[in-house]
Each structure stands twice: as structure tokens, then as C-alpha cells.
Design a protein around this ligand. Structure first.
Ligand code: PMV
Length: 317
């Protein structure tokens, strides 16, 4: 049996993270240059076993030795159950990615989507995108508790989307060339912990937290118009406004603030954290395709890595 590989992109939330968990809208895009690849092949070393290797997580061994709650276990179990396969097949699953995990770029959803696709393809039963997305969402639920589903959705459909929890995503087209630049603080943060913290704070003072979520929802709604009509300056301002609320919610950190400030100082139209926050990546919107000044400013300000993410009017991204 030949090896079967499936690649899933990373994702970038442009507006609306966290509020999206509570039913508010958000905008997200896939990042084509960043990917996670799952490869399935017949297990020569252990003809009756399911083994995995994820060098980036220093994980190597039998699937059954990994904690039951690990997303890899869940992704494999759910896929086999969906295909009606009861006996563990002889498979070696290898995961490799060119972007950091736990950094706000959706690594767990990329892993879920690529594993579900690679395994179902390998076993001869390719699944429809809707099914892949539904299974990946269940993997996210087991990993994070209460995910909105935005990560698995933008990654499964691999298209810029307007997302509201529980609804079919709306595919978006950019009304102009948007040149985003993302930069890594190098700080790893688990989404479950930031989402969990906010849930506790919301339970203690619902009005205070909901005020921010309502404001973020309005920002995302205005952002939808700005994105589709190609209003770059307006979109940038909305990003920065969104950041103010995220920061007041306690989701920023000095390293993110430094990178955000540096990008704005270097001419970015707007900037904010992206994803779970308190570390990971930030995103800035450059005024033109020439992102060098902003990239250099970000590196000078301590970014561990800077990546261009163009989302263009002609539909390429
Ligand atoms: O940090 P990431 O890549 O897991 O993104 C999380 C996005 C949140 O809005 C914070 C959570 C969610 O489920 O939507």
C-alpha cells in the first residue's frame, strides 16, 4: 500500500477571536505557506499495530501509549468509528509541520483535519469536507472543551471565511490586496487555558466581559464590509480597535504589545494579537506589498519569526 499524505494549512484570525466562542462573528483566513502534513503508511515495524511519530512534540511510539485525551488519539478513534472499522489497522502515522504549535495558528485543528483526511484516504474511504470538518470539530472539543469551531472550519474549507458558531461558514473574497505580516513572540500558550480563564471571569462578571464581546462583534461586522470592499485603512483601524478590547480582557502580554507597537510605528495600518493570546503570534496589516520595513521593525523588536500572509483581490491567498 503506498503512503498517503494530507496537508492542512495554518489559520489566521483577523477579527473576533474569543468573542466567537460565545456566538459572535469572526473573520479568519488560511495561511498557505504554513502547513501541517500527516502521512499514513503500512506499518512495517509493527504489522499489527498503530504507531505515531511527531518529532515536533518529541512523540514517538504506539498510539495506545499516548494519553486517551490527546487529539491524535481522538482523531484516529473518531475516523475509524466513522468508517465503521473496529479493528486497529496496521498504520504508521507521521506528523510534520513547518509552523510552531500552541502559537495561535491553529496547529491542533490542522492536525485534526490532516489526520482525518490522511487516514480515511489511506483506508480507501475518502471523506467529504463537511464530514472532515465535523470530525475535526469533535477533536477540538476533546482538546479545548468549548471551541467555537472557527479553526477547524477555516482549515477544512481552506478559504477566507466569515464564521458564526453553529452556522455554515460564508466564504469571503477580499476587495483589495491585503498584505498581512505575522510575527511570533516565541511564547507558547494553550488555548484551553486562555478560553478557560475568560469563561471563569465571564461567570464572575458577565456584564464586564460581555461588553467587550459585544464591541468585538460590532468590529467584526464592520470588518466584513471593509474586507469585502477593500477598505484597507478602515480594516487596519478595526484590527487595532479589536486589540484594545483583547488587551482589556487580559489576553495580551508585554511581548505582544511590543511587536504590535513596533509594527504600527513602522507604518502598519493596524495590528493585534491573533488566536488565543498571551503569547503566540500577532498580525499587522501593511499598507502595500512592500512589507520589508514592517518585517524588519518586528525582527528588531524581538520577533522570533516574521511571515508575509497575502490575501489578494484576485482570490489567491
Ligand atoms: O489559539 P488558537 O489557534 O487555538 O485559536 C483560538 C481561537 C479562540 O477564538 C480563542 C478560541 C475558539 O475556539 O474560537
Amino acid at each position: 500500500m503506498p503512503a498517503i499524505a494530507s496537508k492542512a494549512p495554518a489559520k489566521l484570525i483577523l477579527l473576533g477571536e474569543h468573542a466567537v466562542v460565545y456566538g459572535h462573528p469572526a473573520i479568519a483566513v488560511p495561511i498557505q505557506s504554513l502547513w501541517l502534513k500527516a502521512t499514513c503508511q503500512a506499518n512495517i515495524r509493527q504489522p499489527r499495530g498503530f504507531t505515531v511519530s511527531v518529532p515536533q512534540l518529541a512523540l514517538e511510539g504506539n498510539l495506545s501509549d499516548i494519553p486517551e485525551t490527546h487529539p491524535l488519539q481522538t482523531a484516529v478513534a473518531l475516523t475509524l468509528r466513522r468508517l465503521g472499522i473496529r479493528e486497529i489497522p496496521s498504520v504508521h502515522l507521521h506528523i510534520q509541520a513547518n509552523f510552531p504549535f500552541s502559537a495561535g495558528l491553529g496547529s491542533s485543528a490542522s492536525m485534526a483535519v490532516s489526520v482525518v483526511r490522511a487516514l480515511s484516504d489511506f483506508l480507501g474511504h475518502p471523506l467529504e469536507v463537511e464530514t472532515v470538518n465535523a470530525l475535526a470539530y469533535q477533536v477540538e472539543v476533546s482538546a479545548h472543551g468549548t471551541p467555537s469551531g472557527i479553526d477547524n472550519t477555516v482549515i477544512s474549507y481552506n478559504h477566507p471565511i466569515w464564521f458564526v458558531k453553529g452556522q455554515f461558514p460564508t466564504q469571503l473574497g477580499a476587495g483589495a490586496d491585503f498584505h498581512f505580516v505575522i510575527a511570533d513572540t516565541g511564547i507558547k500558550k494553550s488555548t484551553a487555558s486562555t478560553v478557560g480563564d475568560l469563561a471563569e471571569r465571564r461567570a464572575a462578571s458577565p456584564e464586564e466581559i460581555n461588553l467587550h464581546y459585544d464591541a468585538i462583534a460590532k468590529i467584526a461586522t464592520r470588518g466584513l464590509v471593509a474586507f469585502e470592499f477593500g477598505e484597507l485603512e478602515e480594516f487596519g483601524e478595526l484590527m487595532t480597535e479589536n486589540q484594545t478590547h483583547l488587551s482589556e480582557l487580559g489576553l495580551s502580554c508585554p511581548e505582544l504589545d511590543t511587536l504590535i507597537e513596533a509594527s504600527l510605528h513602522a507604518g502598519a495600518l493596524g495590528a493585534k494579537l491573533t488566536g488565543g493570546g498571551r503569547g503566540g503570534f500577532m498580525v499587522a496589516l501593511a499598507p502595500t506589498a512592500d512589507t520589508l520595513v514592517i518585517s524588519e521593525a518586528l525582527m528588531d523588536a524581538g520577533a522570533k519569526q516574521v511571515i508575509d500572509v497575502p490575501i489578494l483581490e484576485d482570490g489567491s491567498y
